[in-house]
Ligand binder design. Structure first.
Ligand SMILES: C[S@@+](CC[C@H](N)C(=O)[O-])C[C@H]1O[C@@H](n2cnc3c(N)ncnc32)[C@H](O)[C@@H]1O
Length: 232
């Protein structure tokens, strides 16, 4: 496996915009107790739990959690017998996730990395999830991100993607909320869309962030067959 890309190394190589991005995420994690972070939940995301119970992920496969934060979803997947790995651009988030795994006696491979330049060989994983990372990306990173997720997944693998959609007007939350058409245009070359579901704000299927109800969209994508996805 290729060596992990540290966020410090990413920042050294990246553009000014990349550096600002990295510093902003580090600030979030350095500023407060992770349990008080707006998006933190000690529990796994309900839509991930449903996908796993519905056997959308092949049992015990290797799963990559993109923008894993402090690792609640990765830890839950490991407990369910998956070979879990999590990456995040924030070194602090990864340090906390690793400590949580250590305390729980769980082996999860947490690495600091930019989701748009993944430190894994092609075809490493049998499933992936993104719980609120893609919708945080600058628009210029959407396609590189989608290409990287397609590259590290084996053909036919599921990818569970959850985001806050464009029409949500709250001043809290990610700045570039994608419309469904933008998600489709970023991912369609490499994936088929098996399903897209919406949870309305305030309903049991919505997303509570920082005590505020948000609508969310969750898509189950399937990595297209063939060793190389179609050219973007
Ligand atoms: C809204 S938080 C969600 C965290 C976690 N998935 C959860 O559900 O608690 C978004 C996460 O994406 C990470 N992130 C943002 N841009 C990233 C990038 N380019 N590469 C990897 N991680 C990134 C942030 O550091 C942050 O931990």
């Amino acid at each position: 496996m290729a060596p992990a890309t540290t966020s410090a190394a990413t920042a050294r190589r990246g553009t000014n915009a990349d550096r600002k991005e990295l510093v902003a995420w580090e600030d979030w994690y350095a500023r407060q107790d992770y349990r008080k972070m707006p998006w933190h939940s000690a529990r796994p995301s309900p839509w991930l739990v449903r996908a796993v119970r519905g056997q959308r992920f092949p049992p015990r496969t290797s799963v990559l959690d993109l923008g894993c934060g402090t690792g609640s979803n990765s830890l839950w997947l490991r407990r369910r017998g998956f070979a879990a790995a999590g990456i995040d651009i924030s070194e602090t988030a990864i340090a906390i996730a690793s400590q949580r795994a250590h305390r729980a006696g769980l082996r999860v491979q947490f690495r600091t990395a930019n989701a748009a330049a993944l430190p894994f060989r092609s075809g490493t994983f049998g499933a992936a999830l993104d719980n609120g990372c893609f919708h945080c990306l600058p628009i210029r990173l959407r396609q590189p991100y989608a290409r990287e997720v397609a590259r590290v997944l084996r053909p036919g693998s599921p990818f569970l993607l959850t985001w806050i959609p464009r029409e949500v007007r709250s001043s809290l939350g990610p700045p570039h909320r994608p419309a469904l058409a933008e998600v489709v245009s970023a991912f369609e070359p490499g994936f088929l869309f098996a399903s897209v579901e919406r949870g309305d704000a305030g309903s049991p299927d919505g997303w509570m962030v920082c005590g505020t109800p948000f609508a969310r969209c969750t898509a189950l994508l399937i990595r297209r067959m063939g060793r190389q996805p179609a050219p973007w």
